[in-house]
Design a protein around this ligand. Structure first.
Ligand code: GLC
Length: 607
């Protein structure tokens, strides 16, 4: 029995709520016909399909009944203004709870700081209870319903979401979708032999089966966690572990997994999260003979989650964490007819900015922007400079030439070989020509750690502002990585701490500190962004020829932007006179300073 043919299973559960929940009937009418065919396409062949649909319908009804009044009001407001998050007033901040503020209550104390910076969106890295010992920075979750006791309690989380909402800051919670910790109750039950729990994961008694997959897979952590399978004697076989051995990949071919994670999402939405960062979203579906990334079913599953959330918590946004070339990452935004996530990381543009500094050429950002499809209506990019992970160069592979690896390797080495201004460390180098990943804070990578003279200091600061300027100007929702606004340098102490020494990414996860005098002006830059002539959210940057290779030039709406990735001034032939530079508050004179930029508006329109 396919649910697509039996919408009544859902309608019967949801109809009794129509009177209570404003707009619900219309939502069901719109999104159920999307959801049901997706579910039957992915799971229709399973014997337990109807039973799982019934379970899902029940959970959706329970979520709707329990949704607090203020979140229902938010649903109504956001439905009336579905593009709200693409507005130029939006500015994000991303951080670990403990590194920024100690714990959740400490974070409440930092809300005024975020407000001063103009933040309206706060991405918190995972704050759930994790396994003892290494937890990959919180990405090995043992319980999606209880907070890591070191960070606080579930009540603290409720206090925080209420405080953030009152401050006009939307909480983006990390949702570790692809895997659980090896001590999650599902994993424990699987180890104890429970067949239903074993079907939550990919466990192969026979190594040959694992090998058949392994032959086509890539490796995420080739040095610290080689291979994609871990032998777990209690589980009686080889467990699929794409990341660390203690992170067990969930089996999304099992509808019970899909429904269980939908339940996690619904509970968290009712606690006031407004955005989910769908961690490792590309890895959900496994298919023999492929690299098991971005398989078609992964997209269908994400669309199904979107349809569910559109019914039960329409204020909620989905963000895909897919670090891939721009054309692949864009697919996670879906299309107007088949929307998927609301937000996706513009990893290509982020990486291209760093590459451009190394190459003193704007060729790669130009190529990435040229290859970036405009987001469909109601979706936008996350633009950023750094995050808690390493910078991987593979998102640039399609734009970096016929054999991209030597070029990417040169770029990667620029930041790690100690011969430039940058102080970064290689991450998970695979050897050969493969470009290694890069660790380091933005401040250390732009040269603030090595700057000795005021000129070197100014040049480093200019590079940091340049990269953030690009993230702010490219459209989308820009996110500041915690500490970049204070130009926090690398935390080299990680190497002496046994708990962190094995994981190089701790280099760029310093403890927050205010550094008086370290004025990056990111808050002021964000304020300037808000004053730009409004452009429709889906307006993509439109490249134009600047006449100088190091200068990236594009228009967006009625504004023109120029970014000079070279350490020498550049004369630019276009645009001619008649423009006003908002950054220098002076008439445009045709020259972009070393590592400088110009944000131009038509002088006649500028008051
Ligand atoms: C994502 C996270 C990263 C983590 C990995 C496994 O890529 O950003 O920090 O190691 O997923 O959960």
């Amino acid at each position: 029995m396919a649910a697509a043919e039996h919408p009544d299973m859902f309608i019967d559960r949801l109809r009794p709520l129509y009177a209570d929940v404003p707009g619900l009937e219309a939502r069901v009418g719109r999104h159920l016909p999307v959801l049901l065919p997706l579910l039957s396409q992915v799971y229709g062949q399973r014997a337990d399909f109807a039973a799982q649909c019934a379970l899902l319908a029940g959970r959706m009804a329970a979520c709707l009944s329990a949704r607090p009044a203020e979140l229902r009001a938010l649903d109504t407001a956001r439905e009336a203004n579905p593009d709200w998050f693409c507005d130029s007033r939006m500015l994000g901040y991303s951080t670990y709870v403990d590194r920024f503020a100690g714990d959740l209550l400490g974070l409440i104390g930092r809300v005024p700081y975020l407000q001063d910076l103009g933040i309206t969106y706060l991405h918190l890295l995972p704050f759930w209870r994790v396994r003892p010992g290494d937890s990959d920075g919180g990405f090995a979750v043992s319980d999606y319903g209880s907070v890591d006791p070191r960070l606080g309690s579930i009540d603290d989380l409720d206090r925080l979401t209420a405080r953030l909402r009152a401050a006009g800051i939307s909480l983006c919670a990390d949702l570790v979708l692809n895997h659980t910790a090896d001590d999650h109750p599902w994993a424990l039950a699987a180890k104890s032999g429970d067949p239903a729990a074993r079907d939550f994961y990919h466990i192969f008694a026979d190594r040959a089966e694992a090998d058949a997959y392994e032959a086509h897979l890539l490796q995420v952590f080739p040095q610290t966690a080689p291979g994609n399978f871990t032998h777990v004697p209690e589980a009686g076989g080889w467990v699929w572990t794409t990341f660390y051995p203690f992170q067990w990949d969930l089996n999304y071919a099992n509808p019970a997994v899909f429904v269980a994670m939908a339940g996690v999402m619904m509970d968290l939405a009712n606690r006031g999260a407004e955005v989910f960062r769908l961690d490792s979203a590309a890895f959900l579906w496994k298919r023999l003979g492929t690299i098991c990334r971005s398989e078609p079913e992964t997209h269908l599953i994400l669309r199904a989650y979107r349809a569910i959330m559109a019914i039960v918590a329409p204020a909620l946004l989905l963000k895909s964490e897919v670090i891939a070339p721009v054309a692949d990452a864009a697919r996670y935004l879906g299309t107007e007819a088949a929307p998927e996530c609301h937000l996706a990381y513009h990893a290509g543009l982020m990486t291209a900015g760093w590459a451009a500094l190394a190459e003193q050429s704007a060729a790669l950002p130009r190529a990435v922007l040229a290859a970036a499809p405009p987001p469909p209506h109601g979706a936008c990019w996350i633009t950023y400079v750094r995050c808690h992970d390493d910078i991987g160069w593979q998102p640039l592979a399609p734009q970096a030439g016929g054999d991209p690896q030597p070029r990417l390797k040169r770029i990667a080495d620029f930041y790690t070989d100690g011969r430039s201004y940058a102080r970064g460390e290689a991450f998970q180098a695979g050897g050969g020509d493969d470009a290694h990943g890069l660790n380091g804070t933005a401040a250390s990578l732009v040269g603030l750690e090595t700057a000795l003279t005021p000129e070197e200091f100014d040049a480093a600061l200019a590079r940091l502002r340049l990269l953030y300027g690009l993230a702010f100007a490219a459209g989308g929702l820009p996110v500041i990585n915690m500490g970049d606004e204070q130009v926090l340098l690398n935390d080299w102490s990680y190497a002496a701490d046994p708990a962190r020494a094995g994981e190089g990414r701790w280099l760029h996860r310093p403890v927050f500190a205010e550094r008086p005098g370290a004025n990056t002006g990111l808050g002021a830059l964000a304020a300037l962004r808000r004053s730009l002539p409004p452009a429709a959210p889906e307006t993509a940057p439109c490249l134009f020829e600047s006449g100088a290779d190091p200068v990236l030039a594009f228009s967006r709406g009625a504004s023109l932007f120029l970014f000079n990735f070279a350490g020498r001034s550049q004369h630019v032939t276009v645009p001619p006179d008649g423009w006003h530079d908002l950054l220098s508050d002076a008439a445009w004179a045709g020259v972009v300073a070393p590592y400088g930029m110009a944000w131009l508006v038509n002088a006649l329109q500028d008051g």
